[in-house]
Ligand binder design. Sequence first.
Ligand code: SAM
Length: 209
Amino acid sequence: MTSNNDSVRFWNRKAASYAEQPIRDTEAYEKKLAITREYLNPQSSVLEFGCGTGSTALLHAPHVKQILALDSSEKMIEIAGAKAEKEGVSNVDFMTATLTDLQRPPASFDVILGLNVLHLLDDREEAIRRCFELLAPGGIFISSTACIARLGFLIKMLLPIGARLKLIPKVQIFTRETLEADIERAGFQILRSTVFNKNGMITFIVARK
Ligand SMILES: C[S@@+](CC[C@H](N)C(=O)[O-])C[C@H]1O[C@@H](n2cnc3c(N)ncnc32)[C@H](O)[C@@H]1O
């Protein structure tokens, strides 16, 4: 899962405004936080990739031993690090990196979070395989992913144009069923797969190694 320079540039440009954006669907967000917490405990070692400005990692921090939170955008990581310092959170390490860059032995983590990021990757299957490798046996992979294959033809045609104009990030188009199959093919057992968001497009999946 290498990160391409266009993506890094896009998210670096976006970081400050992303940090200011309110959560669009708070009800869905709260439900996902609560479900995630069912899989966390004070001994948990957690990895989050594509952590953005770190809000979710900082919310989970009091419930776990430690979190390593990665993002390929150094601006996102700068903001996340500043928030951690301001909030006095000492068990979250923010790092500018992708899953591929990360030098950790297999089975290093109990829980991995990939929130609103798998649809942005050129090779999500590689990312999912890497998560499988990095999780301890029985470890939990939690993802929240835009599965937009059922959007109208026109919108799907406009997406690559928007990305070329650098107005939106490059988005991969696939169905929820494809994503579930990708996760199972990597060796995971899917424990739950739900769409909480009102727009009906974001699939929240909890899977076990
Ligand atoms: C839509 S934002 C989601 C941020 C956060 N997870 C959230 O839910 O608010 C996507 C994030 O993924 C990061 N990203 C994109 N490609 C990445 C990659 N290959 N490795 C790590 N982070 C990546 C972007 O820099 C951006 O911060």
